[in-house]
Design a protein around this ligand. Sequence first.
Ligand code: NAP
Length: 245
Amino acid sequence: MSVFRLDGKRALVTGANTGIGQAIAVGLAEAGAHVIAAGRRSCAETVQMIEAAGGAGEELAMDLADLPAAVAALPADLDILVNNAGIIRRADSVDFTEADWDEVMDVNLKAVFQLCQTFARAAIGAGREGRIVNIASLLSFQGGIRVPSYTASKHGVAGLTKILANEWAARGITVNAVAPGYIATNNTEALRNDPDRSRAILERIPAGRWGDPADIAGAVTFLCTPAANYVTGAVLNVDGGWLAR
Ligand code: NAP
């Protein structure tokens, strides 16, 4: 079998109803994995897209705002976990509310840790290898503007990815992150609707275009395949060259 295939593997993607998570779910299924599309809303559209592409998948209700329930709902037989779900709150830091801090940190960082921990306990307990890919951000490296909890959470995702990679490499579990650049999804709608910010962003991207969710899916799928067996603790930028500039 090709080292780029995932046949026989079971993968779960959080936030798989839309955007980057939906594209990742379809990408993993196209590579042969059985994909559990998890979301706080229905992932029926994603399952339809998977089946239309000739793959296999199912949906699972999982609201990360209710973390104990989400952790309890995580299947124990997974080979691959993709922590994609994430939220952003925008306000000047002087005005930023405690709620906007806590909600973002809980979904973007605490939930990522607890899902990684639960996945790894099951895999180690069963003597099974595993693959974790966390979705980071350019704001795992840069400061951004008016998004303090998002930036803190995504810097945290990069650090968490590295410590878990260190701890679990010898147990056969790789832990990597993909840092998307500016991708056209709900998450960036406000930026794309702001003509000044939109133009400034586009002018700085060497590739000269916003990213497509499928651009992220390819990188995530690679990190889950045997082709990436010796890759762990990496944060892979998929940003049209943004950080190289
Ligand atoms: P999106 O379209 O807003 O999708 C975010 C996903 O997370 C949605 O499925 C959303 O569900 C889900 N989610 C949010 N809160 C949740 C909760 N409490 N429980 C379960 N799921 C929840 O944005 P996206 O751009 O695809 O973002 C996906 C990931 O990429 C995020 O981690 C984001 O930070 C990261 N990222 C995006 C970009 C970009 O340019 N778009 C850049 C860097 C990083 P709902 O549909 O129900 O809200």
